[in-house]
Design a protein. Structure first.
Length: 211
């Protein structure tokens, strides 16, 4: 059982129940998911992901693309509920990433924490980023990447976020030591519980998007 499956199992077995405006969930607070390169290989090779779409989506984020039509052109439709424009969402903050990555690659200071913040208090938005912070640190000439996620849909969003973070880490000219996610609230929606159990049994499934 890989570390992603472990956290799914933990939510199913120990999660608390709650209702929100998107439906019922089973959730846990303040979970840590530390992934070494071997763990990433295990998860990314063993989990069905729309890799090309996610890679193209990240590229549009970094370009600061806010027009939903541009995401539709690459086959990404999961932002359609936001309307025609992404307001103060991922592109607003990810467009700062290339400059930050360039700075990390040029300086490579072990004494410095390089941080990308996503989101702002009281900002008008139709989709506040669930991924709230990405931190780059260097230890023994290796990259240590840490991300804080305020809210994580474990069935759908979490594997995609892991893949995005992996793609980001590859832009740093250092070997990767680890990617660690601090999950403020990690949950499984009630309507995805049956399929999550099927996933853990090794079946190919498709999850429902809750918006």
């Amino acid at each position: 059982m890989n570390k992603y499956h472990e956290i799914l199992t933990k939510i199913l077995e120990k999660g608390k129940s709650q209702q929100n405006n998107k439906g019922g969930i089973k959730y846990l607070h303040n979970q840590k998911l530390e992934l070494k390169p071997i763990d990433l290989l295990d998860i990314l090779e063993g989990h069905p992901l729309a890799r090309n779409k996610l890679k193209s989506e990240l590229e549009l984020f970094i370009l600061g693309e806010r027009n939903i039509e541009e995401y539709n052109k690459i086959g990404v439709t999961w932002w359609d509920y936001c309307g025609s424009i992404l307001v103060n969402s991922y592109p607003t903050y990810f467009e700062q990433l290339p400059q930050l990555i360039e700075k990390v690659n040029s300086e490579k200071r072990t004494s410095k924490n390089y941080v990308l913040f996503l989101g702002a208090n009281d900002a008008k938005t139709n989709q506040q980023p669930c991924l709230s912070l990405i931190q780059f640190q260097i230890e023994n000439n290796k990259l240590v990447l840490t991300a804080y996620q305020r809210s994580s849909d474990a069935s759908l969003g979490l594997p995609s976020d892991i893949y995005h973070l992996y793609l980001i880490s590859r832009q740093i000219n250092l070997p990767l030591k680890s990617i660690t996610l601090m999950l403020g609230n990690v949950h499984i929606y009630q309507n995805n519980i049956t399929n999550t159990k099927r996933l853990l049994r090794g079946e190919n499934i498709k999850f429902n998007l809750n918006v």
